[in-house]
Every structure is written in C-alpha cells, then in structure tokens.
Design a protein around this ligand. Structure first.
Ligand code: HEC
Length: 266
C-alpha cells in the first residue's frame, strides 16, 4: 500500500459523520481516483420539458467511487445520507440507499466541449454554471427518474459530507404515524432549498412546517404548481411538469397535510 493511500485510508476512518469535505479540483480528483473521466449520457432534466427530451453527454466518475475514496469504504451504511453542498446555498441530501438503486455520476464537464452550463427552465435561470461538480443520474437506464425532473440533480457542488438520516427532524415525536412517504416527498422536492425544523437547504431557508400552517390549500397549490402567477420570474420551481397531473395534485395535498401536521420544534 502506498503512503498516500495509507494516509487517505486513515483519514477516512477518522473522519466523523457530518464533517464536510471540500471536493478536490478535477486534476487532484483524477489523481485520487487513479483513473480518467468517463462519458455518461443522460436526459438533461433542466433542459427537458414534458414530451421533449434533450440528451447531453457529460464527463465524470461514478458517484459511488468518489464517495468510497473520499468518505470511506462504509459510506453506504443504511440510514445515512450524502449531503452535497452547492455554492448557491442549495443543499441536497440523498439517502445512501438511492445510490444502490440508481447509477449516479459526479460530472465536471460536457463531453462535446461546450461550456459547462445549463438553462434551468423551471427556475427561470439562464446559463447557470454547473461546476465545480454536478450530480447526474443515468435516467436512460432508469426511465422512472425522468418524471422527477431535476429535484435531485444538484449543481455547483463544492463539498460533500456523510450525515445521519433526516427522520428525527422530519418525523418528530408527536407527529401521527403514516407520514413517512410524505416526508420523503418533502425531502426530494422541497428541502434542497427550504427547511423543516432545521433540516434542509439554505437557498430559501423558510421553515415549511411554519409556512404551511399559514397558507390555505388553494394558495399552497398555486405556489407549488404555478408559482410565477403569484410572483412573476420567481426562482421557486413548480413541481416537475413531467409528473402526471394527478400525481402532482396528490403531492400538493400530501405535502400540505403533512407540513400542517408536523410539530414545529423550537
Ligand atoms: C430550487 C429551490 C426551491 C425548491 C426546490 C422549492 N422552493 Fe419554494 N421557494 C423558493 C424560493 C427562492 C422562494 C421565494 C419565492 C419568491 O419570493 O420569489 C420560494 C417560495 C416558496 C413559498 C412561498 C413562501 C411565501 O412567501 O409565503 C412556498 C409556500 C414554497 N416555496 C413551498 C415550497 C414547497 C412545498 C416545495 C417543494 C414541493 C418548494 N417550495 C421547493 C425556492 C425553492
């Protein structure tokens, strides 16, 4: 074993859960992983709309390989989450189980040499830089991911960390049973930007458990399905229009019911 690998191994054993680790720049990452970037083709959710899919080829590494090298061999222990922090305050927390089910890639450039940027139609943002790293999913191998849109595709990712699961914040004592699915929906579609009881992102760190109790279902529905009618040009994305309409309505209602029920912790 080389000294460098030995030190990396020791560091990964000592690294406590929750310590954020800055991702090395591409050259250094390549040296850490000991291999070249690979091309992966995906249906780019930020550019695709219902019925019109746009494919892009990116260059990067299988995300599990990066996590294993940087976070340690046991990163995939059940119940944990990988936190990906972006430069813009977007914080994505992805349950490790999802990486066993679907293939994720941490990419750093486009394969065709075009600028590493994307237009984010849902958020009315153009030419958004994707670097330093962008988490993408092989949604050509798993078409069920296409409907989810870009909710779990964090870009501008600068650091990663292993975190304990979100259950304590999202399903606190005092909340009735039967809300596990609701909490998963909130985590997937809302909590990269918003929060529930301190858990979530910092792009718009509003506690949805407080706000939902102040908004009736009608206003709530408009915020989730047509936010630009309430605030033109808003950065709040609607629920992906690639989801069937009935499913979007169901998500609106489930999130409202759950977030009104969840106790607001001090
Ligand atoms: C990409 C980040 C992002 C995601 C994901 C997101 N939001 Fe938002 N949301 C925003 C921003 C930014 C605003 C502020 C809108 C404004 O004032 O222009 C906002 C505003 C809101 C508001 C209105 C708050 C008020 O002023 O009363 C509600 C309600 C809301 N979001 C709920 C949700 C729910 C529920 C989800 C998940 C289904 C969600 N958001 C997903 C960024 C996001």
């Amino acid at each position: 074993m080389s000294l460098r690998i030995g030190i990396a191994l020791l560091l990964s054993l000592l690294l406590p859960v929750s310590q954020a680790l800055e991702l090395p720049e591409p050259g250094a990452l390549q040296a850490r992983l000991g291999r070249d970037v690979q091309a992966v083709q995906v249906i780019e959710p930020h550019l695709s709309v219902a019925g019109q899919q746009l494919r892009v080829r990116y260059l990067g590494y299988p995300a599990p390989l990066v996590f294993e090298r940087l976070l340690g061999a046991d990163w995939q222990r059940p119940g944990r989450e990988i936190e990906l922090r972006a430069l813009d305050g977007f914080v994505s927390r992805v349950p490790v189980e999802r990486f066993a089910k679907y293939q994720a890639w941490l990419v750093q450039a486009r394969a065709d040499g075009a600028a590493f940027m994307v237009d984010n139609h849902a958020q009315h943002e153009k030419q958004v830089p994707l670097g330093p790293y962008y988490l993408v999913w092989d949604n050509i191998a798993a078409p069920e991911l296409v409907a989810e849109g870009g909710a779990v595709w964090p870009y501008q990712v600068a650091s990663i960390a292993l975190k304990p699961g979100s259950r304590e914040a999202l399903l606190p004592a005092g909340l009735g049973s039967g809300f596990a699915e609701h909490a998963d929906l909130a985590q997937k579609y809302c909590l990269s930007c918003h929060q529930v009881n301190g858990y979530g992102g910092e792009k718009m760190p509003l506690n949805l458990a407080v706000r939902a109790k102040l908004l009736d279902l009608r206003t709530w529905r408009t915020w989730l399905l047509n936010p630009q009618t309430l605030k033109p040009g808003t950065a709040m994305p609607p629920l992906p229009d690639t989801l069937p309409a009935a499913e979007r309505e169901a998500i609106v209602a489930k999130l409202h019911r759950y977030l009104r029920a969840v106790p607001v912790l001090p």
